[in-house]
Design a binder for this molecule. Structure first.
Ligand SMILES: Cc1cc2nc3c(=O)[nH]c(=O)nc-3n(C[C@H](O)[C@H](O)[C@H](O)COP(=O)(O)OP(=O)(O)OC[C@H]3O[C@@H](n4cnc5c(N)ncnc54)[C@H](O)[C@@H]3O)c2cc1C
Length: 348
């Protein structure tokens, strides 16, 4: 079959690998002009290790492990009050997301056609196929289209309905960036500062001269995600104003950070993950929120499960999509519950 995947981060390239292996012709279209260099680290837990083996990238992924060995918990003044074992924040294995994305892309680049700097803007389907329009390229027809384009998926919006109906904000937002490692952190110790109404997480992994900073604060304003950096920084300053310890210095560093990113704890909850020849995968279909710590595992397990059902049903996409959802739903429901309780804890 000729299959189009929207999104070249985690879920998209992983699915592309499996579909090419099973004899399909695959194109991946990515809106960003090049592979994204997302600043945060992602962790792996549980059943996903089997998928990393299936993808034949486990040892390469392990080579990029952050190797964090634990976290010191600090109070509002920066005094240590507790310690957490490494798996709380870093799972069983943790790597910078950009390394995982790069590995998956390199692993598939020879077999799969990647188109960067473009986006789907129209989808029409009937019994025989899907006609897809693009912002830049000419329209083209495919047998199947997969939306692996994240929480604000264009495929979901065009086929399943507006973002407002699918994306549920969990009352927590945050931002991340890197700065000079002026605390001299190393992989032996991350820092987690808990103060009423805000959290800060600091660690240094790959580059000893740099420190990654994450801020979290409670907010009921989902629209912040879609605003520009200036408004997002202003919201952060408002919520973190009066923060003790080194928070003022970190806020000053934030203004100069070239790798600033903003995120919200949000979930995608929709009744069906497929409609005709179009199916959703990973965050696009069932984001569990960063506070679940399981979004990457879900994306990779989802890719493997979807490809397996397409192979098992001999390309009967209707049955394959139903079986994929039937198998994945309970796992996703559990992860979303975990994402909700995680967001509540972070927002205290
Ligand atoms: C701060 C933070 C920390 C996190 N920590 C963890 C963690 O510790 N453990 C964990 O498991 N997960 C974590 N996650 C979640 C994890 O990053 C996601 O669940 C995972 O990346 C989902 O992968 P995906 O491929 O489905 O979507 P994404 O990684 O969101 O990728 C979507 C891709 O689609 C592209 N795209 C978007 N729109 C279009 C379009 N119109 N056309 C074409 N392409 C498009 C995007 O550019 C992107 O490349 C974290 C997330 C955040 C924000």
């Amino acid at each position: 079959m000729k299959i189009l995947i929207s999104g070249a981060s985690v879920a998209g390239p992983a699915l592309a690998y499996f579909l090419h292996r099973d004899g399909h012709r695959v194109t991946v279209v990515e809106r960003a002009p090049a592979l994204r260099q997302s600043g945060w680290a992602i962790d792996f837990r549980g059943a996903v290790f089997k998928v990393l083996e299936e993808l034949d990238i486990l040892s390469e992924v392990r080579a990029h492990a952050t190797g964090m060995t634990g976290t010191d918990v600090l109070d509002a003044d920066g005094d240590k009050i507790d310690e957490l074992p490494a798996d709380v924040f870093s799972g069983e294995l943790e790597v910078p997301k950009r390394d995982l994305t790069r590995i998956l892309h390199a692993h598939t680049a020879d077999a799969v056609r990647y188109v960067f700097g473009d986006s789907i803007n129209r989808i029409e389907q009937d019994d025989s196929g899907v006609r897809v329009g693009f912002e830049r390229a000419d329209p083209e027809s495919y047998d199947l289209v997969v939306g692996a384009d994240g929480i604000y998926s264009v495929v979901r919006r065009l086929v399943f309905g507006p973002h407002a109906e699918a994306v549920h904000h969990l009352g927590l937002s945050g931002a991340g960036f890197s700065t000079a490692n002026h605390l001299g952190l190393d992989h032996r110790g991350a820092l987690w500062q808990q103060a009423p109404g805000r959290r800060a997480y600091l660690y240094s992994a790959a580059d000893p001269d740099r420190m990654s900073v994450g801020f979290f604060f409670p907010t009921d304003s989902p629209a912040l995600d879609l605003l520009g950096r200036a408004e997002q920084e202003r919201a952060l300053r408002e919520h973190l104003a009066g923060g003790g310890w080194i928070v003022p210095r970190l806020l000053a560093d934030m203004a100069d950070a070239s790798d600033f990113y903003f995120f919200s704890a949000a979930q995608v909850r929709i009744d069906h993950w497929s409609a005709g020849r179009v199916v959703l995968l990973g965050d696009a279909g069932y984001c569990a929120s960063p506070t679940s710590g399981l979004g990457t595992s879900q994306a990779l397990i989802g890719a493997s499960t979807l490809a397996r059902h397409l192979a098992q049903t001999g390309g009967d996409h209707t049955r394959a999509f139903e079986d994929y959802e039937w198998e994945m739903r309970p796992y996703v429901t559990e992860n979303q519950e975990r994402g909700r309780t995680g967001a509540e804890r972070f927002a205290e």
